[in-house]
Design a protein around this ligand. Structure first.
Ligand code: FAD
Ligand code: NAI
Length: 468
């Protein structure tokens, strides 16, 4: 085959696209991946999951060294922030991850076509990079172009004073006052980073609770815990104006339901009101690929668009905008293209917020079960009653298991607490196997571990928790 003919051409080298490319190559396809960014890995590795977790982890250690260890008899003096070094650490972490993907491409003989991809016809992609070339895909074109920041009318993101998550990962100094618009995942994670490093953080949220799509008890608990850590919340509030000043920005806030306006001054404003699918200059209208009313590429159960041979996965289609969801869709699509019966269980996709403590959730929330009229039982157990949590001096939070009232099948699990982002995987496995709360309760969990809270919550579904 000539250099510009491939079986599969993936547009976008993020977690959806690069994983799909690797799996397709493993299955014997000749694969190219078009990526216009200077490095592979997409939003997640370059300006999302990875740099944010590096800063979360570094800022956690800074705070712990400064305040958290004295109770355990560890006195640390002279703790200082070296922000350039912290940023350099974060950049190193990003570099090793994105280089890792490039290595995997070489290993799997995937061609990286550097430039902007545009579909010119089914089976044909034009790549505009240093030169412009046209490549063909005999089996599939995969749209994995991801998402971009949702702008807020009236606020111009300059990535210095008014920033998106991307600018919030590279601030040159700790702002004295940080206003965060949007009390969702990005707002709370990056608000935590800068709050720990010394900023006064005010979160302005349009709805009457933070993390509004998560289980209501999580929203309440996290508001209380983050409030104790110094974050201020202005809920049920909208931003109606922003005036840049000599130092920072003056925001005008109004109650979402109407009422008197107030002002909030901030040195830096982080806009984090969600992300939207990214399909700019992709040629979708020209080839007739349909999108829904939110701009997401419409696909069927096999990730195929309305145009045969053109598929889409990840943030650009329906569903949670999460890296692991994009990855799983990439794997499954590649396997389906190879004729395998493979599917993604969209009912069991965990969501984790990497604040401290962490939040983790999988399956249905209580609100969703009530709205659907499903009879359920709830078992809840707090970390305060767990020996290991006490021993590591991290007792905030709980695990809540929701099980079907009739069959005992686990329908959802919601957690706030230390390392719950790791603990939730046990529940994902359990739910994939259709486990009951009883199955989890009967499984031997090592002592003393944080995971015993999960077992106790499962026991609590039938009122049998042992340590409460
Ligand atoms: P993307 O990662 O967005 O990749 C799409 C790629 O396509 C981009 O590199 C883009 O340059 C390229 N592209 C687009 N159009 C073209 C074109 N026409 N031609 C060539 N290339 C093109 N998710 C988690 O699961 N866990 C987390 O902890 C987490 N943290 C996050 C933190 C932040 C600050 C942000 C912003 C997001 C975070 N996410 C997290 C979400 C996660 O980054 C996305 O869900 C994930 O990156 C989606 O993968 P994707 O492959 O669909 O798209
Ligand atoms: P989000 O959807 O999590 O939160 C946006 C918040 O902004 C919501 O609470 C919403 O009610 C609020 N909002 C919307 N319009 C508003 C307005 N005009 N004024 C005030 N508040 C407003 O979106 P976010 O935080 O921007 O993150 C984008 C995506 O990135 C998420 O969908 C998430 O899936 C992904 N992400 C995932 C992470 C993780 O898995 N740990 C970390 C960071 C991002």
């Amino acid at each position: 085959m000539a250099e510009n003919t491939f079986d599969v051409v993936v547009i976008g080298g993020g977690p959806g696209g690069y994983v799909c490319a690797i799996r397709a190559a493993q299955l014997g396809f000749k694969v190219a991946c078009v990526e216009k960014r200077g490095t592979l890995g997409g939003t997640c590795l370059n300006v999302g999951c990875i740099p944010s977790k590096a800063l979360l982890s570094a800022s956690e250690k800074f705070e712990e060294a400064g305040h958290g260890l004295a109770k355990m008899g560890v006195k640390v003096g002279g703790v200082e922030l070296d922000l350039p070094a912290m940023m350099a650490f974060k950049d190193d972490v990003v570099k090793s991850n994105v280089n890792g993907v490039e290595f995997l491409f070489k290993k799997n003989k995937i061609t990286w076509l550097k430039g902007h991809g545009r579909i010119t016809a089914p089976g044909t992609v034009e790549v505009a990079g240093e030169t412009t070339e046209t490549v063909t895909a005999s089996k599939a074109i995969v749209i994995a172009t991801g998402s971009d920041v949702t702008p807020l009318p009236g606020l111009t993101i300059d990535e210095t004073t008014i920033v998106s998550s991307t600018g919030a990962l590279t601030l040159a100094e700790v702002p004295k006052r940080l206003a965060v618009i949007g009390g969702g995942v990005i707002g709370l994670e990056l608000g935590s980073v800068w709050g720990r490093l010394g900023a006064e953080v005010t979160v302005v949220e349009f709805l009457d609770k933070i993390l509004p799509t998560m289980d209501g008890e999580i929203s309440k608990q996290m508001q209380r815990i983050l409030g104790k850590q110094g974050m201020t919340f202005k809920l049920g509030t909208k931003v109606t104006g922003a005036v840049p000043g000599d130092s920072g920005v003056k925001l005008t806030l109004e109650p979402a339901k109407g009422g008197a306006a107030e002002e909030l001054e901030a040195d830096v404003v982080l806009v984090a009101i969600g992300r939207r699918p990214y399909t700019d200059s992709l040629g979708l209208d020209e080839v007739g690929v349909e999108r829904d009313n939110r701009g997401r590429v419409k696909v069927d159960h096999h990730f195929q668009t309305n145009v045969p041979g053109i598929y889409a996965i990840g943030d650009v289609i329906e569903g949670p905008m999460l890296a692991h969801k994009a990855e799983d869709e990439g794997v499954v699509l590649a396997e389906q293209l190879a004729g395998q019966a493979s599917h993604v269980n969209h009912d069991v996709i965990p969501g984790v917020v990497y604040t401290w403590p962490e939040v983790a959730s999988v399956g249905k929330t209580e609100e969703e079960l009530k709205a659907a009229g499903v009879a359920y039982k709830a078992g809840k157990f707090p970390f305060t009653a767990n020996g290991r949590a006490r021993a590591i001096n991290m007792t905030d939070g709980f695990v809540k298991v929701l099980a079907d009232a009739r069959t005992d099948k686990v329908l959802g699990v919601h957690m706030v607490g230390p390392n719950v982002g790791e603990l939730v995987s046990e529940l994902c496995v359990a739910m994939e196997f259709g486990a009951s709360a009883e199955d989890i309760a009967r499984t031997c969990h090592a002592h003393p571990t944080l995971a015993e809270v999960t077992k106790e919550a499962a026991l609590a579904v039938d009122g049998r928790a042992l340590h409460m």
